[in-house]
Structure formats: structure tokens, C-alpha cells
Unconditional design. Structure first.
Length: 415
């Protein structure tokens, strides 16, 4: 794709996203789906344990082919494992093998254990994944191995996919997700550039002056969560009462997650349709949300305050917003180095930490320009795109590798 700006070189990359639908299994089908989840989780953990026990040097750790042969031998001996679907169990080994490949390639983290009530799901790939039908305008159905036809809500057009994954969240809701290549939204062709500053008090501030907030739980719902968490702390482990309380908390958390995902989808679609280039800060969200707990020898400080800040950052959907923007506005999302964007005056360019009076107010001590702090930062992001300060793969700017933007120490103007 040709660059939309003469100083920028943006390359489009094909990606896959999931098109998810709500499953409506019967009680008998729900039992069969849970059995598939248990088998998939068991095979994954067993294969992971085998690879973690392997030492460096020849012979190498067993790959998918060797572990699939061992799975066939185990199914011949164990009746409970043979009762499950071989397609589901083999796909768990394929997923594990791909996870290790991604880890060695440096694109993903090391594979971890899968736990009950947390990682409930399995994948189906191949000819069986093509058995999907549309019943009417509201319902469709998918053929799950050894479970039968399971109905799902047809909330959007059926995609042309060759695989699907069935999952169950902590609220007990079942979903089926198809992996598809999304169709990017066409640029309006106006040449307009927008900067997006992400924050905690304001989820996304645009250089146009718009302030967007991600909806969360209401005050009553937050009080309900706290009340249920206190009851959960007093409930006996393993009791039915504890399970009911945990399910009630999960339903409220799922409601919050659904609202955040809905806001991300609407906001990303709106930005992709209105602007040719969308600029965001190149933030390391994983590093920003690390715990300040420290170690026993060197304990951290302000741990509770940092934990609250981490929750506030994760609740705004920073990463999801940029990820969906990259899917919809493919090749039109530019990441800018975040240094001094919140301390630079968008009117005169003066840089000083004193310009940022508080979280919401920006007042330049040089030219007395006053504006919303987040909007001022968004304007600086948009101007950095025009100046060619987009971040490349190594974290360097396109304008200059050696040039570092330092604070300017010019004397302030007299009021």
C-alpha cells in the first residue's frame, strides 16, 4: 500500500480476527462440550509437561508428530480418553506445537498451563469445521464432533472459515469463534490526520477536541461486586455457595468486558471511516501495568496505588482499541514516540514539565496557552506524524535516529 504521507512508509499486513457467536447448547450438549474442554486441557498440559522436562542437547524434545503417536497409544489404553474426540485432542497438540514455535520466534511468551474454569475451550480444524449451516435469519448451527449439531445466534453474516474454536467464559456463556481475514475499511480520501491520546480519566482524546470515555460498571454494579467479593472471602472453599458467588461476580465482570468491547468496536470503526491516518502513542502497556509489589528482600512502595492505576489502565481498552484500528484501518495506523507529547505546548512548541498543571489542565508557562491536557497531547501526536516522527520496528523515529528531543529551557514570557 502506498504511503498516505510522503515522509511515512506504512506497510499493510494480513491478519486474522475472530467472528464470534453465542452458542445455545442443550444441557446434554453442554456436558459434552465440557468433556471436550477437559480432554483438550489435559492433552495440552501433558504435552507441555513433557517438553518442559526435556533438557537441552540431543535428542531434541518431541514435536507434534511424536506426541500425536503417543496420544494414539494412550487412547488405545485409556477408555476415558478414547471416549473423547481424536480431532479435538490432536488439535490441542497442534496448538501447543504452534505456541512453542511462536515462543522461539520471539513473538509470543512461553506457553503456560491451562486451568479449569479459566481455559475452557477447544479448536476444530479441517473438514469437520466446514459443517456450519444457516437455519434462518436468527439462528445457525455447527456440527461439533461427538456432540452433534449445536445452535448459535446468527448475529452477523456467516464467514467463510476453515476452523472454529468453542469457548466457555467464567460467566458460563458458550461461544463459537471463526477465524477469518477481515475486510479493511476504505479510507475517506480527505487526507485528514487525527491524533489519539489514551488516558485513564479520558479513555481517548482526539486532536479534533473530542473526548471519548469507555463505559464500565455503574456505581451500583461496582458496589455489588465489592459486596460479592466480601461474601466470597467468607465462603468455604469447594462449597456450592462459593461457586454461586463466583458465578455472580463473573457475570458482572463479563458485562463490563462486553461494554468495553462494544465501545472499542464502535470507536475504531468511526475513526477508520472518518480519517485517512490515525496516530497513536507507541505505549508498552504490559510494562506499564506491571505490579509494584517487588520481592521479599526489596519490597515495593505504593503497591495498592499502583494496583489501582493498573486496573484503571486495563479497564480503558488501550491495547484493544489500537489492535482493532490496525485491523480496520489497515496500513493507516501510525505509532508515534510518546516522549514529551504531554509536556509540549501545541501552540508554541515549548517543552516543560511545569506546563502540565494537573491531569486535566495544560497551561503553557511560555505563551500562556491553555487547553485540555489530553487534547493538547493528541494534537502533538498528529503533528509528530506530519513531522515524520513515526516509530519504526526498532523503536526509532523516521525523522532522525540520533536526534533526541530534549526539554527546551527557554525563559518564560512575562504575563
Amino acid at each position: 500500500m502506498a504511503s498516505l504521507h510522503p515522509k511515512l512508509s506504512v506497510q499493510s499486513v494480513w491478519v486474522c480476527v475472530v467472528s464470534r457467536y453465542r452458542l445455545a447448547p442443550t444441557p446434554a450438549q453442554r456436558s459434552g462440550l465440557l468433556e471436550h474442554c477437559r480432554h483438550s486441557r489435559y492433552v495440552w498440559n501433558l504435552g507441555l509437561e513433557q517438553r518442559l522436562m526435556w533438557r537441552y542437547g540431543p535428542p531434541s524434545a518431541p514435536g507434534y508428530v511424536a506426541q500425536a503417536a503417543q496420544l494414539t497409544e494412550a487412547r488405545a489404553v485409556e477408555a476415558w480418553l478414547r471416549a473423547g474426540s481424536q480431532t479435538v485432542q490432536q488439535q490441542a497438540l497442534r496448538d501447543l506445537d504452534q505456541a512453542w514455535r511462536n515462543f522461539y520466534a520471539g513473538t509470543h511468551r512461553r506457553p503456560t498451563w491451562r486451568r479449569e474454569r479459566v481455559h475452557e475451550g477447544f479448536s476444530v480444524v479441517g473438514s469437520q469445521a466446514l459443517r456450519v449451516e444457516k437455519l434462518n435469519r436468527n439462528w445457525g448451527r455447527v456440527l461439533v464432533p461427538k456432540v452433534g449439531w449445536v445452535k448459535f445466534r446468527l448475529s452477523r453474516k456467516l464467514p467463510d472459515a476453515k476452523s472454529y474454536r468453542v469457548t466457555c467464559d467464567r460467566a458460563g456463556r458458550w461461544h463459537v469463534a471463526f477465524a477469518v481475514v477481515p475486510e479493511p475499511i476504505q479510507a475517506p480520501g480527505t487526507g485528514e490526520v487525527v491524533g489519539v491520546d489514551r488516558g485513564v480519566a479520558v479513555s481517548a482524546a482526539l486532536s479534533t477536541g473530542e473526548l471519548l470515555s469507555c463505559p464500565g460498571l455503574s456505581r451500583q454494579e461496582q458496589q455489588r461486586v465489592k459486596h460479592l467479593q466480601r461474601k466470597l472471602a467468607r465462603a468455604e472453599r469447594g462449597s456450592n455457595r462459593r461457586g454461586k458467588i463466583r458465578a455472580a461476580i463473573a457475570r458482572l465482570k463479563a458485562r463490563e468486558s462486553d461494554r468495553r468491547k462494544n465501545w472499542v468496536e464502535h470507536t475504531s470503526t468511526d475513526l477508520a471511516r472518518r480519517f485517512d491516518v490515525v496516530g497513536v502513542e507507541d505505549l508498552r502497556i504490559r510494562n506499564m501495568t506491571k505490579s509494584a509489589r517487588g520481592t521479599r528482600d526489596a519490597p515495593g512502595r505504593n503497591v495498592r496505588q499502583k494496583a489501582g492505576l493498573n486496573r484503571g489502565i486495563l479497564a480503558q481498552g488501550w491495547g484493544s482499541l489500537v489492535r482493532r484500528l490496525e485491523h480496520k484501518a489497515m496500513g493507516r495506523v501510525v505509532k508515534v514516540h510518546p516522549a514529551y507529547t504531554s509536556q509540549t505546548c501545541s501552540a508554541c512548541g515549548y517543552v516543560a514539565s511545569e506546563n502540565r498543571e494537573n491531569q486535566a489542565v495544560f497551561r503553557c508557562i511560555a505563551c500562556r496557552y491553555e487547553a485540555n491536557a489530553d487534547v493538547n497531547a493528541a494534537i502533538n501526536i498528529a503533528r509528530n506524524i506530519a513531522a515524520g516522527r513515526a516509530v519504526n520496528a526498532r523503536g526509532e523515529t523516521a525523522a532522525s535516529v540520533s536526534e533526541k528531543r530534549e526539554p527546551q529551557h527557554a525563559p518564560p514570557l512575562v504575563a
